[in-house]
Design a protein around this ligand. Structure first.
Ligand code: ZN
Length: 254
């Protein structure tokens, strides 16, 4: 009788273990299928790259669509918690020349103001517009030149360089980039990951602002994946949906 009880207990344990092994196998199969659908971003040396699911290790960063959606809410660059719309109303002086699209240059070289000018005291800290971004361009040179497009009187398009001064470009998960210019200080380096708590620089008076007769301000541009600027006031109606473009940019050399 005693050995019989022992046999039943041993059999029950073996049966239980078998059931656990079968459940585990089913769960593992299920997870493997899920992993196949993941986009995996990881470090290789000092570069962010797309990885295959097999190369996951403790340094791997997972970026899901949910993550990107969550970090897609654009806010003020001044850490005042203002929405984009309120920000624009508050900091643009509302003069013609502060808005996007107003004409710049000369009659022979017509170009437009590709951003908006936000008037805050000199040396105001500036932050990224969303909770996650990557620095894709940065210059600590107060005379830094950026290539822009202009039209001649015959409407043909050409390129010229404009002195933007100390400049930072941040790419957001959606594929939109912000450019901050005329900065007095830049605190980030190329390829750096930033969030809403990163002070990327200080507003200032570098670049061609000296010739404009304007006081210190933040010149803010938004650019799409084709590097075309658009009116930040239209941001709330702008739907680009180019997550892939953002992911391509993760191959940035630091
Ligand atoms: Zn400007």
């Amino acid at each position: 009788m005693k050995s019989n009880t022992g046999f039943i207990i041993r059999s029950a344990i073996i049966l239980l273990m078998l059931i656990i092994i079968i459940i585990d196998a089913v769960v593992i199969r299920h997870l493997k299928k899920k992993i196949d659908n993941l986009i995996i971003i990881g470090w290789q040396d000092s570069t962010l790259v797309k990885l295959s699911p097999n190369s996951i290790d403790e340094q791997t960063v997972l970026i899901t669509k949910e993550f990107i959606d969550e970090f897609n809410h654009y806010k003020s660059p001044f850490k005042d918690g203002l929405s984009f719309q309120v920000l624009i109303e508050k900091y643009i002086r509302n003069r013609w020349s502060d808005h996007y699209g107003c004409s710049r240059g000369t009659r022979e070289k017509k170009r437009i103001h590709e951003g908006i000018d936000l008037f805050v005291p000199e040396n105001t800290p500036v932050y990224p517009l969303t909770d996650y971004g990557i620095v894709t361009e940065v210059s600590d040179n107060p005379h830094y030149l950026v290539e822009v497009e202009y039209k001649k009187t015959d409407d043909t398009r050409h390129k010229m360089k404009i002195e933007y001064g100390k400049t930072i470009r941040i790419l957001y998960p959606e594929g939109i980039a912000s450019i901050y210019t005329h900065l007095n200080e830049v605190y980030v380096k190329l390829g750096q990951e930033v969030d809403r708590n990163t002070i990327v620089g200080l507003t200032g008076l570098t670049g061609n602002i000296r010739n404009s007769g304007k006081p210190s301000h933040l010149h803010l541009e938004l650019r799409d994946k084709d590097n075309k600027s658009f009116d930040p006031r239209n941001r709330l109606h702008f739907d680009q949906g180019s997550v892939e473009f953002f992911l391509d940019h993760l191959n940035i050399e630091k």
